[in-house]
Design a protein around this ligand. Structure first.
Ligand code: NAD
Length: 414
């Protein structure tokens, strides 16, 4: 039978398994198996050459029983309704894992910002907010950055929403620049969270981070900062990649040079001649492998060739369920996406709290709170995985889904 590469249905499968293990009814699965709300919008955008192009966008709100929904907006040519739905479900799980009073949301616009001018990107961003303005807001659904969106885009979106509502609404969106109510530490939060998980996983496997060989797939927001943190902690980052290929050097790469030369889309390998493919990179020798780019990278086809003893998923959905099984059977410790990449939403929550109270924290305060939340979440999931005899992914789903399920129950929905 062909392997299931569909993120939406494989997420549903694990949610079902988690709810069954936790003893919830079939009705609870019926409620949580897809978003409560899914909006599709068409966005007319004035292009630089005077023409008008219509872009398609989505906003999914998985479950708002625990509180407002929360999740990023992705600008990518391959954004689809199913992907946005699956991503919104993962946001519910992430919020549950790090214990935030949110349900999951997610959005996206089908476009390729690499082909658009800054003005066109601004028009897409503002048009998207106008199109979804009725269902979002600081106490309803709070967007944030994701693939190919950044703090400038968040700033335009916040400005558009504030103009529509006729009052300043910094709490409408997170991942903003500091000057507009962004939080210290937000830009690096996802990578910080992944780093904390790597340290905790290394302790469990008796690996010393100093001198450990690390491969990072993807050199964007998550992958580049993570490479820097690993490098600064004394690890040897032996491989990195972007959409165009990978570079590998067993002696360790010059991360500061690569960071300095990468472009704002996380492209760097085009400057090199002797690159390898992303698939080759994943199978290279290392101790810790971090997929930090796109989904379905470790599958039944290559799971047996992975040489790392720890895989930490910074990207959303990089490992299929079949591959999860293979890696677990091979004794590889897999730290799942819903836990490893939850640093971003955690500091997004801190940003929203600061916006709501109008009082701002130092970077040290933010990092300290992030550390506490993530270590607690890691320990909790590791413990569930050991005591219930399940892999880390199922354990994370069990921890993550509980808050939405309990909130739905107390509200009398199920
Ligand atoms: P980004 O847009 O900043 O960078 C993406 C990187 O992946 C770039 O280096 C790009 O070249 C590379 N890439 C794109 N297509 C690729 C392909 N086909 N093969 C290999 N590499 C490819 O994105 P990001 O914010 O770093 O996000 C990366 C992953 O982390 C995504 O899966 C995202 O959902 C996840 N994530 C990000 C955050 C965050 O706060 N940034 C939070 C949680 C999860």
């Amino acid at each position: 039978m062909a392997e299931n590469l569909n993120l939406f249905t494989s997420t549903q499968n694990v949610i079902k398994e988690a709810l069954t293990k936790l003893g919830y009814s079939e009705e609870m699965y019926e409620l949580l198996k897809e978003p409560l709300r899914m909006m599709t919008v068409r966005i007319p955008v004035k292009m630089d050459d005077g023409s008008v192009k219509i872009f398609t966008g989505y906003r999914a709100q998985h479950n708002d029983a625990p509180g407002p929904t929360k999740g990023g907006v992705r600008f990518h040519p391959e954004v689809s309704e199913e992907e946005v739905k699956a991503l919104s479900m993962w946001m519910t799980l992430k919020a549950g894992i790090v214990d935030l009073p949110y349900g999951g949301g997610k959005g996206g616009v089908v476009c390729d910002p690499r082909q658009l001018s800054m003005r066109e990107i601004e028009n897409v961003s503002r048009g998207y907010v106008r199109a979804i303005s009725q269902i979002v807001g600081p106490t309803k659904d709070i967007p944030a950055p994701d693939v190919y969106t950044n703090s400038q885009i968040m700033a335009w979106m916040m400005d558009e929403y504030s103009r529509i509502r006729e009052f300043d609404s910094p709490g409408f969106i997170t991942g903003k620049p500091l000057a507009l109510g962004g939080s210290h530490g937000r830009e690096k939060a996802t990578a910080q969270g992944v780093t904390i998980c790597i340290h905790e996983a290394a302790k469990k496997r008796g690996i010393d981070i100093k001198g450990a060989r690390v491969i990072v797939q993807g050199f964007g927001n998550a992958g580049s900062f993570l490479s820097k943190f690993m490098h600064d902690a004394g690890a040897l980052v032996v491989g990195i990649s972007d959409a165009y290929g990978g570079i590998y050097d067993p002696a360790g790469l010059d991360i500061d040079y690569l960071l300095d030369r990468r472009d704002s889309f996380g492209t760097i390998t085009t400057l090199f001649d002797n690159t390898i493919t992303n698939q080759e990179l994943l199978e290279k020798e290392c101790d810790i492998l971090v997929p930090a780019a796109i989904s379905n990278q470790i599958t039944a086809d290559n799971a047996n060739s992975i040489q790392a003893s720890i895989v930490v998923e910074a990207a959303n959905g990089p490992t299929t369920l079949e591959a999860t099984k293979i890696l677990t059977e091979r004794g590889i410790l897999l730290v799942p996406d819903v836990l490893a990449s939850s640093g971003g939403v955690t500091v997004s929550y801190f940003e929203w709290v600061q916006n709501n109270q109008g009082y701002y924290w130092t970077e040290e305060e933010v990092n300290k709170k992030l550390h506490e939340n993530l270590i607690k979440a890691f320990d909790n999931i590791y413990e569930v995985s050991q005591t219930r005899g399940v892999n880390m992914r199922l354990a994370a789903y069990m921890v993550g889904v509980r808050r939405a399920a309990e909130a739905s129950k107390f509200r009398g929905w199920v």
